[in-house]
Write a protein that binds this ligand. Structure first.
Ligand code: AR6
Length: 184
């Protein structure tokens, strides 16, 4: 499924973020940038030790929740890895939507600032951090749509790589609500 926003493509695919051939992939990191499971585990396993070495060297203080940092991509097909830190979901009343939107926005800014034409995101915070998928999908898509609408810069494609059919369907439903096909 895809939509065009001010000439840029917003695309939803089902798949594995580490296999994407894009300028930058986004990692679902933690604020210590310490590595972990899920996307983070896959990124460091497939990308090799160079990514963690660079992360430790450049960002020894870690990265606050709602922000992101960038490194090279080691053995991955992408050129860059953007390590984004989404919020741990509690009840939705502790600033989670704002922090999640901010993690996406900062990642998009980093991609643009590094002249990326394409960037691929996983669904941040919806695994170990337990953000409910339908709500997370709405926040994620709205943030990307706003960004592409306002200040696209170099970006020609923003891709969401959803892990499994269910995640894909949730994102597809949210995108259809936000940008119905007839208006796209
Ligand atoms: N490609 C795309 N999506 C994936 C992949 C993959 N290879 N693997 C999992 N997902 P998570 P979080 C989906 O837990 O919730 C780590 O330990 C998954 O189904 O990776 O932001 C970090 O170190 C889910 O929908 O990230 C942090 O401590 C989504 O990606 C913490 O987990 C995000 O799941 C971050 O938690």
């Amino acid at each position: 499924m895809q939509r065009t926003i001010h000439g840029a493509v917003l695309r939803l695919v089902e798949g594995d973020i580490t296999q994407q051939e894009v300028d930058a992939i986004v990692n679902a990191a933690n604020s210590r940038l310490a590595g972990g499971g899920g996307v983070d585990g896959a990124v460091h396993r497939r990308g090799g030790p160079a990514i963690m070495e660079e992360t430790r060297r450049k960002y020894p203080q870690g990265c606050p929740t709602g922000s992101a940092v960038i490194t090279g991509a080691g053995a991955l097909r992408a050129r860059w890895v953007i390590h984004a830190v989404g919020p741990v979901y509690r009840d939705g009343q502790h600033g989670e939507p704002e922090l999640l939107a901010s993690a996406y926005r900062r990642s998009l800014e980093l991609a643009r600032d590094h002249q990326c034409r394409s960037v691929a995101f996983p669904s941040l915070s919806t695994g170990a951090y337990r953000y409910p998928l339908p709500e997370a999908a709405r926040v994620a898509l709205r943030t990307v749509i706003d960004f592409l609408g306002q200040r696209r810069g170099s970006l020609e494609e923003v891709r969401f790589v959803l892990f499994g059919r269910e995640a894909y369907e949730q994102f597809a439903r949210a995108l259809e609500e936000l940008l119905p096909e007839t208006q796209a």
